[in-house]
Design a binder for this molecule. Structure first.
Ligand code: GUN
Length: 293
């Protein structure tokens, strides 16, 4: 069994971005990070995004509306960022407070600044295999992790557990795309799937993105499979200072001995999401400068 080191691969990408940003003439790329309310996981993710931006030389602008902000006021805030020529990318951290229509908020972000890749135009471009759009960061990070670990998907059976807008759906499209490292046969499973273990056992590459702690057990995995664990579940743990420990969607102790390769949690997919967000921000800056918006 080989551990896929997401921290190392993300560090490589960050170093590459740092070099390319240093070589840019003029204004540096800028990302606006919008975090509504005080969700503890969101605080930690957005802080990581800020720190990584600074490390690369990307400017970040942190915007912290209160949890009581109305959806219309959030739209107005996004409209302001959409027309601000000094902002290249806009990220509104999910989850948003209850009662807000998250998809409507994602659609409000101008497609050419949508570094999260959740806008209809960018999802449409993904389906059309048009590379001028932005690909959602976690799916793009998973594909990069597989590529840089030497896992070619052509002819392989990729099973995706989960059908979310943020991971399941876009990663299925990427894995089946007609690109050098993709061309997989893809099955997407979800909460209504019958005989789930029988399907996941067929996977050459299993991508677990269902948000249920340690859901994938040894009986669900084919020996020799590559397992990508997208889960970031906080489970209570009194022995930790924070009061919780982070665990994936895979029961690592029993599944990992079976795998040819597996991502740990933390240190697998998580750091890749941030690295690919930075890649998208540099791309937005390049495209937006070229079209002099
Ligand atoms: N919450 C969990 N993953 C993501 C992501 O990729 N982008 C945003 N904006 N929020 C998230």
């Amino acid at each position: 069994m080989e551990l896929i080191d997401g921290n190392q691969i993300a560090a490589d990408i960050i170093a590459e971005l740092k070099a390319s940003v240093a070589a840019l003439p003029g204004r540096k790329p800028c990302i606006a990070l919008v975090r509504v309310g005080e969700d503890p996981a969101s605080i930690s993710y957005v802080t990581k995004k800020q720190k990584t931006s600074a490390e690369i030389g990307i400017e970040s602008r942190l915007i912290l509306p209160p949890v009581t902000i109305t959806q219309d006021a959030l739209f107005a805030l996004i409209d302001g960022l959409n027309t601000d020529p000094t902002v290249d990318g806009i990220l509104v951290q999910s989850p948003l407070p209850k009662g807000m229509n998250e998809v409507a908020v994602f659609r409000r972000i101008a497609a050419h600044k949508d570094v999260d890749g959740f806008h209809v135009l960018n999802l449409g471009k993904l389906a059309q295999e048009d590379t001028t759009g932005f690909t959602a960061c976690t799916p793009a990070g998973i594909m990069e992790l597989l590529k840089r670990s030497g896992v070619k998907l052509a002819g392989k059976h990729v099973v995706v557990l989960g059908r979310s807008l943020i991971v399941g759906k876009p990663v299925a499209l990427l894995a089946m795309a007609r690109t050098e490292w993709a061309n997989a046969t893809v099955t997407v499973c979800h909460s209504q799937t019958a005989n789930l273990p029988a399907i996941t056992r067929q996977a050459d590459v299993l991508i677990a993105a269902i948000g249920k702690a340690e859901f994938v057990t040894a009986d669900m995995v084919k020996p020799g499979a590559v397992v990508i664990d997208v889960g970031m579940n906080r489970v209570p743990d009194a022995s930790k200072k924070s009061g919780f420990r982070l665990t994936g969607d895979v029961h690592f102790p029993t599944v990992s001995p079976l795998c040819s390769k597996i991502t740990p949690v933390p240190g697998g997919v998580g750091p890749m999401t941030v690295a690919l967000l930075m890649t998208n921000t540099v791309k937005a800056h390049r495209q937006n400068s070229a079209s002099a918006r």
